[in-house]
Design a protein around this ligand. Structure first.
Ligand code: PGA
Length: 256
């Protein structure tokens, strides 16, 4: 894992944006895995401002609430179109977001996995992390080999997301999420985390044991991961001096 600690969320986001821009310049038909929530908002604004060419890009989103109408203000369909897709030249047919209103959810999930494979697999997956260590909506105790499927949110995640819905009770309990096995097949993962409330989950994911109780810890087994943090999210890491030293000492050709 490459741990990149930046002074601010903005500086950290710029590292992530440059990584994505470099990929799209080298591979205009790249397949991106995308995330929702507060964490990637600034990333999407930065990518929009870069005026990249999205005409050949394909995207797959990590997750979606079950049962929310697609045009609900808090659906991840709305989030992605409002915060990214309508501002870039991506083809509607190249956008994939789990359908939280699918009649046959297991069938839909199988098809989603097949679509990812048919697109050639995900080149770069953007990830946030929950305060409980989830990636996508793979909550603690998720199988580390899991595929796209239905999950039930933890109480912790419902409380965390109550800010978007007005109350904890209004947060849908069920979601469709790519599995941890699905995420681990992406050729590159970018895990972003900002703010003190992520510091414990990040310390466990980066320096703790690999365990389904902190699903993000499985990324220790992935060959190409950047963990991009602001100072606050890095606050509980015991080896932050080492990570800073490594990042500063990179050869020029490797730097972002
Ligand atoms: P957040 O959520 O970006 O809104 O903090 C992250 C997550 O739940 O994965």
């Amino acid at each position: 894992m490459e741990i990149i600690i930046q002074p601010t969320q903005q500086a950290a986001t710029e590292v992530a944006a440059r990584t994505i821009a470099r990929l799209l310049c080298g591979k205009p038909n790249a397949v991106l895995g995308l995330a929702t929530g507060s964490t990637p908002l600034l990333l999407y604004q930065t990518l929009i401002a870069m005026k990249l060419d999205w005409s050949h890009v394909t995207t797959f989103n990590l997750d979606e609430y079950i049962g929310l109408p697609r045009d609900h203000a808090q659906s991840y369909h709305s989030f992605m179109w409002n915060n990214l897709f309508k501002h870039v030249n991506i083809g509607k047919e190249n956008v994939h977001i789990p359908d939280g209103n699918a009649q046959d959810i297991p069938g839909f999930c199988r098809e989603y996995e097949e679509q990812i494979s048919a697109a050639g697999g995900i080149d770069l997956q953007v990830l946030g992390i929950g305060t409980d260590g989830h990636i996508g909506f793979n909550e603690p105790s998720s199988s580390l080999a899991s595929r796209t499927r239905i999950k039930t949110l933890t109480r912790q995640t419902c409380m965390d997301n109550a800010r978007f819905f007005g109350s904890e009770e209004s947060v849908p309990r069920h979601v469709i999420t790519m599995g941890i096995g699905t995420i681990m097949e992406a050729r590159q993962n970018l895990l972003l985390a900002f703010g003190q409330n992520k510091a414990c989950a990040i310390a466990q994911a980066v320096e703790g044991p690999i365990t389904s109780i902190n699903p993000a810890s499985i990324l220790q087994m992935h060959p190409v991961v950047k963990v991009i943090l602001d100072e606050l999210a890095a606050g509980n890491l015991t080896r932050s001096d080492y990570y800073r030293w490594v990042y500063k000492s990179k050869p020029d050709w490797q730097s972002v």
